[in-house]
Write a protein that binds this ligand. Structure first.
Ligand SMILES: Cc1cc2nc3c(=O)[nH]c(=O)nc-3n(C[C@H](O)[C@H](O)[C@H](O)COP(=O)(O)O)c2cc1C
Length: 517
């Protein structure tokens, strides 16, 4: 029996890992470059099977791919080429940069500190040119290492309490997160990063699945121990975080091999030594689910977290309606091109974007996520709050986004570049951007509904939405970057409207100073 229902662990974790002006100044942490973790998981005894390297051009506009999905019951089975495309465009190496200490291998999705703590595994039946098995994706070789031969999909079916998308998925992509690879830099706050970094990756994965005509669904309800055992990860170091059911086949998977035996495969140590931050492992254990029955009761409808419509304006401004670009005006750059040219903006020009550009970003990125914690489709846990610095058609100020109504309500007018720079951990990026988009969530109803695991999914959802914001910005040749923040100061800044909520994530959007367009 786990204690997911008692959310004390999530509150403790959340409070203990807040950034504040004082916590940043009193931290003694420094980066031990001599003990930097390897960016890849390596199984030295297994030969990788190379994946086809050619990127198939889907031609599907990124702004459509991030906003739409393929209906769940559409029969579609990925082949090896589609598998390669999904993996490359979500976790593949898209750029390399030399620096005095070595090489940074940048990947398709943004990730805190470029540390890439998310590993991908596949569990599939027989696909065209790929035999049924359990595989690990090796980005360095762009290949797959076979961990188990045979069809193990029934194990996932049982672990997810017979989740319907998993039941009919020819392929499930499993995302795990490795504590030390990210905690080397971010210490105990890493558990939040699991959600963010897994989320940006899933934004890409979902969009590419749509472009390939494959239904996809994010599944966060599963018996943790069963999935970890199937992948044979050491749960003290690496844990399954999310699953994505890909494709749809009417047939249910055959029975799986009876025994899930340990693989005892050698892996290369990430560092000479690892520092343990037990708070993260406690958070993970307390948000774990122990049985198929518990999983079945966990998944489903999202809690109601709506806030009332704008009533008497707090400022002498009526709410602004979004003005998204029409289909005819919308840039049509295909998803694969947009993902390949994405890279976090390192310096923003202080130049304005337009209200239609911002509207298109907000509209396209927030239409809904197919996920087992977000029923009915379109429900979301996070709310978007904005600091507008330079958007033609919107006075500078603080805003809240009324998603269902397509409105931006001004909470206070003013030029808040200095405040935004401070809130974004005293960095220049949020001060120089055209707009900063904050995700805030009321964790109380989320924990009430989902227990401690609600913390995982609130972070993951924000990461997915943030990843979609990145893609919507790059599709319009704008820049974007994820950012971290001073938790309570963010909530204070948007209060009284945001009182009682928690800061979850932040993405800044604007023109890159390098590539003015
Ligand atoms: C959740 C998240 C938080 C981030 N926080 C910061 C930040 O506080 N400051 C910063 O300069 N970059 C930040 N980044 C950008 C990462 O450093 C960047 O994604 C990483 O170096 C990989 O580079 P790329 O996005 O250009 O591929 C963040 C990215 C993500 C996804």
């Amino acid at each position: 029996m786990t204690d997911n229902r008692n959310p004390e662990a999530a509150w403790t974790y959340h409070e203990s890992t807040k950034h504040s002006y004082a916590s940043i100044r009193s931290s003694l942490h420094f980066l031990d470059w001599s003990n930097q973790p390897l960016p890849f998981k390596i199984y030295p005894t297994l030969e990788p099977m190379r994946l086809p390297g050619e990127v198939r051009q889907t031609g599907v506009a990124a702004l459509s791919a991030i906003a739409e999905g393929i209906p769940a019951q559409t029969t579609a089975v990925p082949d090896l080429e589609a598998v390669a495309q999904l993996l490359y465009l979500s976790a593949g190496i898209t750029r390399k940069r030399n620096y005095p200490g070595g090489v940074i291998y940048f990947r398709a999705a943004a990730c805190t500190g470029a540390l890439y703590e998310v590993e991908l595994y596949l569990v599939c039946g027989d696909l065209a040119n790929l035999e049924a098995g359990v595989y690990h994706f090796a980005p360095a070789e762009f290949g797959l290492r076979k961990l188990r031969a045979g069809d193990y999909r029934r194990v996932l079916l049982e672990a997810t309490g017979a989740e319907p998308a998993i039941a009919h998925a020819p392929l499930t992509i499993l995302c795990t997160c490795t504590y030390w690879r990210n905690a080397w830099k971010y210490q105990a706050r890493t558990y939040r990063h699991f959600g963010w970094d897994n989320g940006t990756l899933l934004a890409n994965l979902l969009a590419v699945a749509t472009a390939l005509g494959l239904p996809a669904r994010v599944v966060c309800g599963f018996v943790d121990a069963s999935v970890n055992r199937l992948l044979d990860v050491d749960p003290q170091r690496e844990v399954a975080f999310s699953l994505v059911a890909v494709g749809h086949d009417v047939a249910l998977p055959p029975s799986s091999p009876a025994e899930i035996s340990p693989l005892s495969l050698e892996t290369v140590p990430l560092s000479e030594r690892e520092v343990d931050y037990p708070l993260m492992r406690e958070m993970h254990a307390a948000s774990s689910l122990g049985s198929a029955e518990e999983v079945a009761a966990w998944r489903g409808h999202a809690p109601k977290t709506d806030f009332p419509p704008p009533s008497a304006p707090l400022v002498p401004l009526q709410p602004f309606s979004l003005q998204p670009l029409s289909d005819a005006e919308m840039p049509r750059d295909p998803i694969e091109q947009v993902i390949q040219r994405r890279g976090s903006t390192r310096k923003f020009a202080r130049s304005a974007i337009t209200l239609p550009q911002l509207s298109t970003i907000l509209d396209r990125a927030t239409r809904g996520i197919p996920a087992d914690f977000l029923d009915p489709f379109g429900a979301l846990l996070n709310h978007l709050y904005l600091i507008v610095h330079a958007v033609d058609g919107l006075p500078p100020g603080a805003y809240v986004f009324h998603r269902g109504r397509g409105l931006l309500e001004c909470l206070k007018e003013g030029n808040f570049r200095t405040e935004a720079g401070y809130l974004g951990l005293e960095q220049e990026l949020p001060a120089d951007a055209a707009v900063d988009i904050f995700f805030l969530a009321d964790l109380r109803p989320i924990f009430e509904r989902f227990g401690n695991r609600g913390y995982r999914v609130a972070q993951l959802e924000a990461g997915i939405l943030g990843g979609k914001l990145y893609l919507a910005a790059y599709a319009q040749r704008l820049g974007a970057t994820g950012l971290t923040f001073f938790d309570d100061d963010v909530v204070r800044f948007f209060s009284p409207h945001a009182a009682g909520k928690s800061a979850i994530f932040l993405v800044a959007v604007g023109h890159s100073a390098k590539h003015k367009s």
